[in-house]
Design a protein around this ligand. Structure first.
Ligand code: UDP
Length: 320
């Protein structure tokens, strides 16, 4: 099997590449290194089944050629990180929408399976927890840049499902919920690497808002297993799946846990959202997945809880 991973030098993409190579697949990666990094794939370069191209997926002939060479496409290239999204809204919208258009158009020529990485952001401010795939999107005003990410990913989902319905292109949409693990960088605002780095360096641990907001963190290795299980199952085609972990933790509790696990002397400080992001920023109070759909179809069961994930992330940062 030959797999193309767009965004394969990114955090999730590079873990996926590793697992596919372990399974004996040929892996092709295209990444423009805008948020991914060459270090993420450095250790894979020695494998003769690993191939990579540093380019943007917006380069249509290059993307089309790679899609043509492979049997299936994991479309992971996207703008990531709330901070980056708030700071670079044009890039977020264009990368997410145009990039997906190009990938789907190329895959449609020979009806290659496409796995589309979407996000739990599409549930927006919905408060019916845990989120089921059938729930409505509850998004804020277009004056608030944060929602452009959810909207652009929702367009990706619509477009993928439209290709499936109208052109019989096999697609599977997956919605990730706060995927974390080694190699994720805090550079784009993600909370787990940010807190762990702050704690190790003895800097203030910056809790945004009052810290009562909660998230469900999922180990990247579990996400990769979920992805591979879905693409091996024909019944997943034309459908949408949450991939996450059912347990929730508040951001304040997370800060305390990181501080105690690293035995850090850092202070936990509270930063108003307006200064952390921008004036008028809206956060989601809770975000947690219902994972019964993927569990029933492929027996998906996350293996690591937040403590075990933090152990791995702390070890990673201490060693790097
Ligand atoms: N957060 C925080 N301090 C940080 C970075 C993030 O308190 O240094 C909060 C953020 O406001 C959100 C949660 O942690 O409530 C998760 O943020 P992240 O950017 O990791 O993912 P999100 O769930 O917002 O997509």
């Amino acid at each position: 099997m030959k797999s193309l991973i767009t965004g394969g030098a990114g955090f999730i993409g590079s873990h996926l590449a590793e697992e596919l190579l372990n399974n004996g697949d040929d892996v092709y990666v295209i990444d423009d290194l805008s948020t991914g990094s060459i270090e993420n794939i450095e250790h894979l370069k020695v494998n003769s089944k690993f191939h990579y191209v540093i380019d943007t997926i917006m380069n249509e002939p290059v993307t089309a050629e790679l899609v043509d060479r492979c049997d299936r496409v994991f479309h992971m290239a996207a703008a990531v990180g709330v901070k980056l999204i708030v700071e670079s809204p044009v890039r977020t919208i264009e990368t997410n929408i145009k990039g997906t258009e190009i990938v789907l158009r190329a895959a449609n020529k020979k009806k290659k399976l496409v796995i589309i990485a979407s996000t739990s952001e599409v549930y927006g401010k919905g408060d019916n927890i845990p989120f089921k795939e059938t729930y409505d999107m509850v998004l804020g005003t277009t004056k608030n840049g944060r929602w452009s990410y959810a909207c652009s990913k929702a367009i990706d989902e619509f477009l993928s499902l439209a290709y499936y319905k109208e052109k019989k292109l096999p697609v599977i949409v997956v919605r990730f919920f706060n995927t974390v693990g080694p190699r994720q960088t805090g550079q784009y605002g993600m909370v787990v690497p940010t807190f762990v780095k702050q704690a190790i360096m003895g800097h203030d641990i910056t809790v945004y808002g009052d810290g009562s907001q909660s998230r469900s963190f999922t180990y990247v290795g579990d996400v990769v297993k979920g992805l591979l299980g879905l693409c091996d199952n024909k019944q997943a085609i034309g459908d949408i799946f949450n991939i996450g972990h059912g347990d929730e933790i508040s951001i304040c509790e997370l800060a305390k846990l990181v501080k105690s696990m690293t035995e850090s002397k850092s202070e936990i400080v509270f930063v108003p959202y307006d200064s952390a992001y921008e004036a008028g920023f809206e956060d989601m109070q809770r975000r947690s997945p219902d994972i019964s759909k993927i569990s029933e179809l492929i027996g998906y069961k996350p293996t690591l809880g937040i403590r075990e994930i933090l152990e791995k992330v702390i070890k990673y940062f201490k060693e790097s």
